[in-house]
Write a protein that binds this ligand. Structure first.
Ligand SMILES: *[C@@H]1O[C@H](CO)[C@@H](O)[C@H](O)[C@H]1NC(C)=O
Length: 454
């Protein structure tokens, strides 16, 4: 019985602990900027001033003071703090000037400085499954009150005014401002779930794997990305259970995006077909002219069969999904496939296959970000294996071809791979993030984008 229970529980545990394909850490730097810009975009200050200027229900007239108006609202200072397991504590320090005419005919001015505080709980919207902040427990605290009223009217009138009016009216006036700002912040997650194109060859969707978690110094968002081909067929993120985690040495308060090698492999699998190409140029890079004469160096039979040199044609077929691996400071793209060389004959005659090799080789990947897409440029790292599958020119020791094939791949094939890779891989679209300034680090099994604000 116990064992059955454990089996059920353990499988539950392992299935919910599937490694996410991408992780995002949002530090205070980004959250501060977001709330600040939401504050500006929402024009909440102007709205607050306009609202405050209106006659408020519950705002009793002050005895002896007429023509009461809110003149201006002070530029707010926003302070945010992470609340572990909850979200963000937000304090908006602002103020306003209330004017009126006193019964003695003089102009009255009351300058009120106040703090609006609320806890913005971080949730996952049930409908859209997007991250969402929801404010709770909004309170308004008066920090200071200054007036130009004659001192004999103080503190009676002002205190009464504050007690009966401001304390009742301000929360209703100010707390919607917090909500309004959050509407703007929440809106900036809206595109996160969208399928983003990887060229014409498929899409990737950054789907949340769970409710984002808040710690004392960051918010962590775990993604289970969905990679699909144009027919809507999902490409499995075939990780081997490697642990994904952020290195410990990032500056407190900074933000990072971590993309697993598993995710990148799945996205490159969309490109697999485009990586199979035919090369038929006589002049390629710094290689000597590619004709049967080139091969005659290795195969005397070729020289005999083609006394007049014929152009070569090479078919490279990638027959396994491309695989990206990463270790500290180094990332490789593994390609498995076949390389078949043909002698091209006169028009109308089919090319003659000379030999077909099984090849496995590595390309070194250099990463960069351009126009908010992850870009990769490769160069040949190593030809790992070469084995002969068929030959029309007799037996030969394929190891003799190692240098020739290595140079060939670098000059004739790598440029094609780099062309294909130019589509770039989409990055999660949230909070209007600009990834172009990100600094990249390659760590064990993942690429880290150190996010920088503009
Ligand atoms: C108002 O907010 C500021 C900034 O967060 C803080 O320093 C101050 O102590 C607060 N004052 C009161 C009375 O809550």
């Amino acid at each position: 019985m116990l064992r059955v229970l454990c089996l059920a529980l353990c499988s539950l545990l392992t299935s919910t602990r599937a490694d996410p394909g991408a992780l995002l850490r949002l530090g205070m730097d980004i959250m501060n900027r977001e709330v600040q810009s939401a504050m500006e975009e929402s024009h909440i200050l102007e709205k607050m001033a306009a609202e405050a200027g209106k006659k408020q229900p519950g705002m009793k007239p002050i005895k002896g003071i007429t023509n009461l108006k809110v003149k201006d609202v002070l530029q707010p200072v926003i302070t945010l703090n992470f609340v572990p397991e909850v979200g963000i504590f937000q304090c908006v320090s602002t103020g306003m000037t209330i004017t009126g005419k006193s019964f003695m005919g003089g102009n009255m001015e009351i300058i009120v400085v106040l703090n609006i505080t609320a806890t913005n709980r971080l949730l996952q919207d049930e409908e859209t499954s997007l991250p969402m902040f929801k404010s709770e427990g909004c309170e308004v605290t008066l920090v200071s009150v200054k007036t130009n009223l004659p001192s004999n009217m103080l503190p009676k009138v002002v205190n009464k005014f504050l007690d009966s009016t401001l304390n009742k009216v301000l929360p209703g006036l100010m707390c919607p401002a917090i909500d309004a700002v959050l509407v703007y912040v929440n809106r900036k997650w809206a595109n996160l779930n969208d399928a983003m194109p990887v060229g014409q060859l498929g899409t990737v969707k950054y789907v949340l794997s769970s409710t984002p978690a808040t710690t004392a110094s960051y918010i962590q968002v775990d993604f289970s990305p969905v990679v699909e081909d144009p027919n809507g067929q999902a490409i499995e993120l075939a990780g081997n259970g490697e642990a994904l985690d952020f290195p410990k040495d990032y500056v407190e308060g900074s933000s990072q995006l971590l993309l697993s090698s598993t995710l990148l492999s799945a996205e490159l699998t969309l490109l697999q077909k485009s990586l199979s190409v035919d090369v038929q140029d006589i002049k390629i890079g710094k290689l000597s002219p590619q004709t049967t004469k080139t091969l005659a160096r290795f195969f005397r039979k070729v020289a005999k069969a083609y006394p007049k040199p014929k152009p070569l044609m090479t078919q490279i077929r990638i027959n396994k999904p491309p695989k990206v691996t990463m270790e500290t400071d180094k990332s490789l793209l593994h390609l498995h496939g076949t390389l078949e060389m043909f002698a091209v004959r006169k028009r109308g005659k089919a090319p003659v296959s000379l030999f077909l090799l099984d090849v496995h080789f590595n390309l070194k990947i250099l990463y960069s970000v351009h126009e908010n897409r992850l870009q990769m440029a490769t160069s040949l790292d190593r030809l790992l294996s070469l084995s002969r599958e068929s030959s029309s020119i007799g037996d030969f020791n394929e190891k003799k071809l190692t240098d020739f094939i290595t140079d060939y791949l670098q000059e004739a094939y790598v440029p094609t791979v780099n062309d294909v890779l130019q589509v770039g891989l989409p990055l999660p679209d949230f909070l209007a993030m600009n990834y172009n300034l990100a600094e990249l680090d390659i760590i064990e099994n993942a690429l880290v984008l150190n996010l920088r604000l503009d």
